[in-house]
Design a binder for this molecule. Structure first.
Ligand SMILES: Cc1cc2nc3c(=O)[nH]c(=O)nc-3n(C[C@H](O)[C@H](O)[C@H](O)COP(=O)(O)OP(=O)(O)OC[C@H]3O[C@@H](n4cnc5c(N)ncnc54)[C@H](O)[C@@H]3O)c2cc1C
Length: 436
């Protein structure tokens, strides 16, 4: 008899956890993802600020699952689902909307960044969700310094060396801190016409405080730390405009050539594919066993799912996705093996952490609240544990030690389609003759 086929869409935290947990179940698993790699998103900001290389936070899924014989990895983009025929539609470079049938379906397609209805901002303020996004931000940041060095008109330095981050959640705060350390230490003595340390870093958010998921006390500690690093934190006002010249916030224009979007996220279109009830954000409303109402064969996990616990929706964080992925595997295992199903899903919150610059982090777990170097060591240890392979853990650990001790970063390369983008000739003024 043919084994039941399980399609898992998405090899992020939730999908990969589900696939691994089904390793010993007698099923055929097809894991489909539009990327060929599993990405450790919490460290994307370190790629954007040149601490780590892209390959240090991402691993080919094929390689992670190479020993798992019941799993086939397919590179493809899922474009729709037919619930009644029990098939998904996937496209790749050669073929479009190919139907693939399933007995069980796990949707783990995550989320993307949301411009809160202002999609026109995307052109000027790239988000931070994929490896390509992080490399694009790194290009933008490093390119700004190169252009400023080539520019002899000091009045233009200010605009080129102003960096604006929109969104003071964990990504914005971590990026602002890492950027501040980059400009004040790593780049310090490498330029002749500009002083990288004079760069202006502005973190903007409409919320009244940074890091809303953390307690007020830790949020205050984060803000103080950012200000100590020279980051300008501007809270309580939403951004009215983003264009080629910078942003407008609270009626004031801040001129900048580098704006990065680190604000909200919106879920994948899984709810539309399924044509089922979603929450206001568009996440699929699931039941306590993570299935879609009326469809016990479809489970949704991670950022693209909406489930309340203790009257509150579960947050879009990696731990929720991992725990749900493992739970979804248990549900399917029990059905296939004819064993009793697990009890309702219950998220175990291990806590939250965020880094602010060098050697300083925040930690909040139950009643424990800490900030400083100890929290930073815990942060580093925990993040190393969650990297996909032991070679990554070793390589990231060594890079962090090297960066901590020397201030040097691993990957300060500007990479684009044309090689290093030439600075526009018109912008390079002739050198002034040295004063006699
Ligand atoms: C910059 C950043 C920093 C973060 N920092 C933290 C942190 O410090 N701590 C924390 O707990 N959480 C953090 N998060 C959130 C965390 O990464 C997410 O909650 C988690 O990744 C959700 O897991 P997931 O499996 O639902 O989705 P993801 O991990 O996003 O995986 C979704 C997968 O689905 C694939 N996919 C999507 N659509 C399709 C499609 N149509 N066809 C095929 N494949 C598709 C994607 O390529 C991706 O591989 C961060 C997120 C970001 C963006």
């Amino acid at each position: 008899m043919a084994q039941p086929r399980i399609i898992i869409v998405g090899g992020g935290f939730g999908g990969l956890a589900a696939a691994k947990a089904l390793k010993n179940t007698p099923v055929e698993i097809i894991l489909i993802d539009r990327a060929n790699h599993h990405l450790f998103q919490p460290l994307l900001y370190q790629v954007a600020t040149a601490v780590l290389t892209p390959s240090q936070i991402a691993t080919p899924m094929r390689s992670i699952l190479r020993k798992q014989k019941n799993t086939t990895v397919i590179l493809g983009e899922v474009t729709g689902i037919d619930k009644e025929r029990k098939c998904i539609f996937a496209s790749n470079a050669d073929r479009e909307n190919v139907p693939i049938v399933y007995d069980y379906l796990i949707l783990a397609t995550g989320s993307t960044h949301s411009y809160f209805g202002h999609n026109e901002f995307a052109e000027y303020a790239p988000g931070m969700k994929s490896l390509a996004d992080a490399v694009a931000s790194r290009n933008k940041i490093l390119q700004a310094f190169e252009q400023a060095e080539a520019e002899e008109d000091p009045s233009r330095h200010r605009d080129l060396l102003t960096f604006i981050l929109v969104g003071a959640g964990p990504t914005g705060v971590e990026l602002a801190g890492a950027l501040a350390v980059l400009v004040r230490t790593t780049l310090k003595s490498e330029f002749r016409r500009i002083d990288p340390a004079s760069a202006r870093i502005v973190l903007v958010d409409m919320a009244p405080r940074v890091l809303p998921p953390f307690s007020e006390k830790l949020s205050k500690a984060a803000k103080q730390r950012l200000e100590k690093l020279g980051v300008e934190v501007r809270l309580g006002h939403s951004v009215d405009q983003i264009d080629a010249d910078g942003i407008v916030v609270a009626g004031e224009r801040i001129t900048s050539k580098t704006v990065i979007w680190t604000a909200g996220v919106s879920p994948s279109p899984a709810g539309k594919w399924l044509n089922v009830e979603t929450d206001r954000a568009g996440r699929v409303r699931i039941q306590k066993d993570l299935t879609v109402p009326g469809h016990p064969e479809i489970l949704v996990v991670g950022d693209t799912a909406s489930l309340d616990q203790n009257g509150k929706p579960l947050p879009g964080v990696a731990q929720v996705a991992i725990q749900q992925g493992r739970y979804a595997a248990k549900v399917i295992h029990s059905r296939v093996m004819g064993t009793p199903p697990p009890g309702p899903f219950s998220y175990f919150d291990k806590g939250s952490m965020a880094v602010v610059g060098k050697g300083f982090a925040l930690l909040q777990s139950g009643k424990v609240q800490a900030s400083g170097f100890g929290a930073w060591l815990t942060w580093a240890f925990v993040h190393l544990q969650f990297l996909a392979t032991s070679s990554l853990r070793l390589s990231v650990f060594l890079q962090w030690v090297w960066t901590y001790v020397t201030g040097q970063r691993g990957s300060r390369l500007i990479v684009n389609h044309h090689g290093t983008q030439p600075v526009k000739v018109a912008e390079v003024a002739p050198r002034k003759p040295a004063a006699a």
